[in-house]
Design a protein around this ligand. Structure first.
Ligand SMILES: NC(=O)N[C@@H](CC(=O)O)C(=O)O
Ligand SMILES: [Zn+2]
Ligand SMILES: [Zn+2]
Length: 462
C-alpha cells in the first residue's frame, strides 16, 4: 500500500491555508485547514527541519514555512529544456542524476534535449532515454527529438517515427545548433503538424556568431572577447515566426535573451502566429558584466546580455509575451569549465535554482503571483509539450498528485559542490537566493522530503 500524505495548512498557489490529502497517486481530498481526517492511527508527524522517513502508512506534514505561514503548494514543475547528457556524456550527468536534481528543484517532468551522443534522432534513442527516466523514477522524462539527422542541419530526422514511438515525442529541436536552412525549417514545421508537434528553435544565425564568445557590446569590446550580436538571435526569430505563420504551424523559441527578441514575439502574437517563447532563469538575473573576470561559469549560449535586456525579458514574462521559464540546465564536467574562457564549454546548470531565481526576480518584485509561477513553470510548459493530460494540472481532488511544496520565506546560500546535479557549473554559487523546495511528489510518492532527495534520507522507502 502506498503512503498517504496529509499536508496540513498548505497554501495552494499562495492562497488561503487548506489541508491536502494525497492517496493512491492522486489528490484525494482538499479540506479547510485542520479538518483533514487522519485515516489511520499509525502515522508520523514531521515539522520543517525534522525529516522523518515515512515509516507508517500515513504521514502528516506540518507545512509551516520558516516565517510561520503556510508553505506554498504548486503543481509539480515542468521543464521544457533540460540537458540530461545520457547517452554519451555520463561524466557530466545521467538521466538518474539529472532527474534527481530536477526533483530537488521541484520538477516532476523534464523534456530531455536531443544533443546527446548518439543524437536522439531515432525512435530507438528516444525510447532508451524514456526508459532510463522511468527506471530512475525521479521525474517523468519526455525526450525531445532532433529535427535533423545528427543535428547536422542537412536532412530531416525520423520525426514521425519518434512521434509514434513509445516516447510519444511532441517537441523537436536541434538545440545547441540552429536549424538555419530555411527550407529544412519550413519542412519541419509542416511535418510536425500531422501529430500536433512543435519545433523548438535554438535561434542563432551561425554566420553572425562565428567564433563568438560572449554578448557583443561595451563589455566584449573592453575585455577583448569576440562578440555575439543580439541580431544573430533576432534575425532567426523574425524569420521563423514568418515561416510559422506561412505554414500555419507551431513554433517554440528556446532561451530568448534580447529586448528586440521580446518585441518580435510580441508582434508575432499580435498577428495570431502560433508561437511560444521561453526565457531561462539566468537571463532573468545575470548580465554580461559577469564576463569581466573571465570565469567560464558565466559562458553560456545564448550569452548573458545587458541590464536593458534583462529588464525587457522580465517585462515580457510579466505581460505574457514570454510564455514560460525553462532552465536550459546544461551540466559540464570540471575539465570543460575549469579552463580559459575561449576553450570552455557553453552552458550552466539550473534545475535546482530555477524556482528561487523566479521568486527573486518576479515574485518578490511583485511582477508575478504564485499562480503566475504555476503557469510559467508548470501549466504552460506542460501544454506546449502536450503532456498536460498528466502534468501541470489544477490543484483539485482527483488530479494526479504531482506537486511541489515551497518555503518562500527561506533563504539559502548556493554552494556549487552541494548541488544534487553531477556537475558543479552553477553561476549562482556564493549567491544567496530566496525560497526552498521542501517536498516534491510524483504521482503521490515523495521524491524529495525536507529538501533532500528521498534516497538520501536514511532508510528511505522508495
Ligand atoms: N545553453 C548552452 O550554453 N549549452 C547547451 C546547448 C544549448 O542550449 O544551446 C549545452 O548543451 O551545453
Ligand atoms: Zn540552445
Ligand atoms: Zn539547451
Amino acid at each position: 500500500m502506498s503512503t498517504t500524505y496529509i499536508l496540513r495548512g498548505v497554501r495552494p498557489l499562495g492562497g488561503d491555508p487548506v489541508d491536502v490529502v494525497l492517496a493512491d497517486g492522486v489528490i484525494s481530498e482538499i479540506t479547510a485547514a485542520g479538518e483533514a481526517t487522519v485515516p489511520d492511527a499509525s502515522h508520523g508527524v514531521t515539522a520543517p527541519g525534522e525529516a522523518t522517513v515515512p515509516d507508517g502508512d500515513v504521514v502528516v506534514l506540518d507545512a509551516r514555512a520558516s516565517d510561520g505561514s503556510g508553505l506554498v503548494l504548486l503543481p509539480g514543475l515542468v521543464d521544457l529544456h533540460t540537458h540530461l547528457r545520457e547517452p554519451g556524456r555520463e561524466d557530466a550527468e545521467t538521466v538518474w542524476s539529472g532527474t534527481r536534481a530536477a526533483a530537488a528543484g521541484g520538477f516532476t517532468a523534464v523534456h530531455a534535449m536531443a544533443n546527446t551522443t548518439p543524437v536522439a534522432d531515432t525512435a530507438g534513442v528516444v525510447e532508451q532515454v524514456r526508459r532510463l527516466g522511468e527506471e530512475a523514477g525521479w521525474a517523468d522524462v519526455h525526450p525531445v527529438g532532433a529535427v535533423t539527422v545528427g543535428l547536422a542541419g542537412e536532412r530531416l530526422a525520423e520525426l514521425g517515427a519518434m512521434a509514434d514511438s513509445a516516447a510519444r515525442v511532441r517537441v523537436f529541436s536541434d538545440d545547441g545548433r540552429c536549424v538555419h536552412d530555411p527550407i529544412l525549417m519550413r519542412r519541419a514545421l509542416e511535418y510536425v503538424k500531422a501529430f500536433d508537434g512543435v519545433v523548438a528553435q535554438h535561434a542563432q544565425e551561425p554566420r553572425l556568431t562565428e567564433g563568438a564568445q560572449m554578448n557583443e557590446g561595451v563589455v566584449s569590446g573592453e575585455i577583448g572577447l569576440t562578440g555575439w550580436p543580439a541580431v544573430a538571435e533576432e534575425a532567426i526569430i523574425a524569420r521563423d515566426v514568418l515561416l510559422a505563420e506561412h505554414v500555419g504551424s507551431r513554433l517554440h523559441v528556446c532561451h530568448l535573451s534580447t529586448a528586440r527578441s521580446v518585441e518580435i514575439i510580441r508582434w508575432a502574437k499580435s498577428r495570431g502566429v502560433n508561437v511560444t517563447a521561453e526565457v531561462t532563469p539566468h537571463h532573468l538575473i545575470l548580465t554580461d558584466e559577469l564576463a569581466r573576470d573571465y570565469d567560464p561559469v558565466f559562458k553560456v549560449n545564448p550569452p548573458l546580455r545587458t541590464a536593458e535586456d534583462v529588464e525587457a525579458v522580465r517585462q515580457g514574462l510579466a505581460d505574457g509575451t514570454i510564455d514560460i521559464v525553462a532552465t536550459d540546465h546544461a551540466p559540464h564536467p570540471v575539465e570543460d569549465k575549469d579552463c580559459e574562457w575561449s576553450a570552455a564549454a557553453f552552458g550552466m546548470t539550473g534545475l535546482e535554482t530555477a524556482l528561487s531565481v523566479v521568486q527573486a526576480t518576479m515574485v518578490d518584485t511583485g511582477r508575478l503571483t504564485w499562480a503566475d509561477v504555476a503557469r510559467v513553470l508548470s501549466t504552460a510548459p506542460a501544454r506546449i509539450g502536450r503532456i498536460d493530460d498528466r502534468q501541470g494540472r489544477p490543484l483539485a481532488a482527483g488530479e494526479p498528485a504531482n506537486l511541489v511544496l515551497v518555503d518562500p520565506a527561506a533563504h539559502r546560500m548556493i554552494d556549487g559542490s552541494a548541488q544534487v546535479t553531477a556537475s558543479a557549473n552553477t553561476p549562482f554559487r556564493g549567491m544567496e537566493l530566496p525560497g526552498r523546495v521542501v517536498a516534491t511528489f510524483l504521482r503521490g510518492r515523495a521524491t524529495v522530503l525536507d529538501g533532500v532527495p528521498v534516497d538520501a534520507l536514511e532508510g528511505a522507502a522508495r
